[in-house]
Design a protein. Sequence first.
Lengths: 114, 111
Amino acid sequence: GDSVTQMEGPVTLSEEAFLTINCTYTATGYPSLFWYVQYPGEGLQLLLKATKADDKGSNKGFEATYRKETTSFHLEKGSVQVSDSAVYFCALSRPNFGNEKLTFGTGTRLTIIP
Amino acid sequence: DADVTQTPRNRITKTGKRIMLECSQTKGHDRMYWYRQDPGLGLRLIYYSFDVKDINKGEISDGYSVSRQAQAKFSLSLESAIPNQTALYFCATRGPGNTIYFGEGSWLTVV
């Protein structure tokens, strides 16, 4: 079945550091890939997405590139801020499954210290 | 105001009690979902609904039931709560581009 594996946290970085959160997936066909962010006390918000190979999703300085050859969708940001502290979830959905089910990774907690 | 609103936000209930979590949305989306989040397990789909007449089980529907009272309302019930149903529950809708919009979550503790 489908699965998403993301790097375990927690991850602690200093402000302005470079961020990478790894995400790899297992799925048949051509899934759509997503990164969601959950700020403390809030629900999940879509951060970015990519729907086909080599697409790059970007938002708020974050980027992720859909790499089919390595089945990966790593999240990156060049200079993190304290306000980026949150839990980040990688997820996928498969078009031929009607896109009804999002398969999530277990989440990576990111803490940015000033 | 939030587009997807869940009530209650926090609830403690006793084993064997019936509890209902309610969800309403102002986005006009047809598709609605209930997920639960457990530490180390990510989010798992409980039930989903295409419209008021179409409700489907997700991957972990045992012990839960749902009701789609209107396009904007989708409630989740635990008929007889048990401690391993202690979790954070999210309601969600699906919008254009297959984007999922989540509510703020409902913390449920079963003691």
